[in-house]
Design a binder for this molecule. Structure first.
Ligand code: TRP
Length: 335
């Protein structure tokens, strides 16, 4: 990608398991909308996924899965740079420089780190501690202006700003811009899971995956948590039931939604019927995506070309940034 005056956007998704409906509606659809307006770099964060020690085969498979899912969702390799994080080795070197000015205290205070320590006290590795520095390197290597991320990543983005500003101050340079969270004009949709509380997550076991078969979708929806039903007119919805309506709002027609709202309000709703309808609407909604995912996933040659083209594009700005960082820091080869 040559010089351009469009604001630069960077975002990544970790390669831990398939993408789900929440990823699609909450993030991917936004990425697709941004490709035209901004100079976009979207990548698969395979290095970040190493903190949990996946097997090599599993790691490889996940990268291909997510690449196919990105493409199926509508990312266009002509418009954006779509690449795999580990193909841009400049990021790894920048990560090292940034780590020299990332302090133990601030890394330890990071909410996601504390959470991981709590969940997995036997695997508190340095990669986990420096997860935010690697993420900052992903962003700063392209000197991004905007980063579309969810609420759970805002603290990491804030740390990226801290590292960028600290570097600039320390070396008296204006090399790095301060990356800001991208706010879409449409409110962000938060897709809840099927287990009654919280949002849809890869590790929560409550997700509908873009690659799920119609039968898998039906089974999951029919098992979704609801409640015993409203007993008085106008009773507010419980969280699990509201969640079903929220998903329905995304994938079903207005009429369908209004129909079940009405039944709920009259205390005549049968959740079994609602789930059946929701399952069919989800199947219809996801069918074209699933078809495309399969097509891309089975074309390993094409996936390889996509990754190569993406890496070539991402390299242009990564090489330029790293060259300047090395000069600024004073890393120069003697020969
Ligand atoms: N940490 C992000 C997540 O878990 C993924 C990520 C890695 C990322 N590097 C990034 C997101 C750079 C935005 C920009 O979702």
């Amino acid at each position: 990608m040559g010089k351009s005056t469009k604001p630069i956007v960077v975002s990544g998704i970790r390669s831990t398991g398939h993408l789900h409906l929440g990823n699609y509606l909450g993030a991917l659809r936004n990425f697709v909308a941004m490709q035209e307006t901004y100079q976009c770099y979207f990548f698969i964060a395979d290095l970040h996924s190493l903190t949990t020690h996946p097997t090599p085969d599993h790691l490889q498979d996940s990268v291909r899965d997510i690449l196919a899912e990105y493409l199926a969702a509508g990312l266009d390799i002509e418009q954006c740079a779509l690449y795999v994080q580990s193909d841009i080795q400049e990021t790894i070197e920048l990560y090292l420089y940034l780590n020299m000015n990332a302090y133990l205290g601030e890394l330890e205070r990071c909410t996601s780190f504390k959470e991981k320590v709590r969940q997995n006290p036997n695997n508190v590795n340095a990669g986990l501690l420096t997860y935010p520095t690697l993420m900052a390197a992903d962003i700063l290597i392209h000197r991004a202006d905007l980063v579309p991320v969810g609420k759970d990543q805002e603290q990491h983005l804030e740390m990226a700003r801290t590292f960028a500003e600290r570097f600039n101050r320390l070396y008296q340079t204006d090399l790095f811009t301060s990356p800001q969270a991208y706010q879409s004009d449409k409110p962000l949709v938060k897709i809840p899971g099927l287990d009654g509380n919280g949002k849809m997550g890869k590790s929560e076991g409550n997700a509908i995956y873009l690659a799920d078969t119609p039968d898998q979708i039906r089974k999951k929806v029919m098992k979704a948590v609801s409640d015993i039903g409203p007993s008085t007119i106008g009773q507010p919805k419980s969280e699990p039931v509201q969640n079903l309506f929220t998903i329905m709002e995304q994938v079903s027609s207005h009429d369908t939604l209004a129909h079940f709202e009405d039944l709920y309000n009259r205390c005549e709703i049968r959740y079994g019927d609602m789930k059946k309808q929701l399952a069919e609407d989800l199947v219809t909604f996801l069918a074209p995506l699933r078809e495309k995912i399969e097509m891309y996933r089975n074309d390993e040659r094409y996936l390889r070309d996509v990754a190569r083209i993406g890496a070539e594009k991402a390299h242009v700005s990564a090489t330029e940034t790293l060259k300047r960082v090395r000069e600024i820091v004073g890393i120069r080869s003697l020969f």
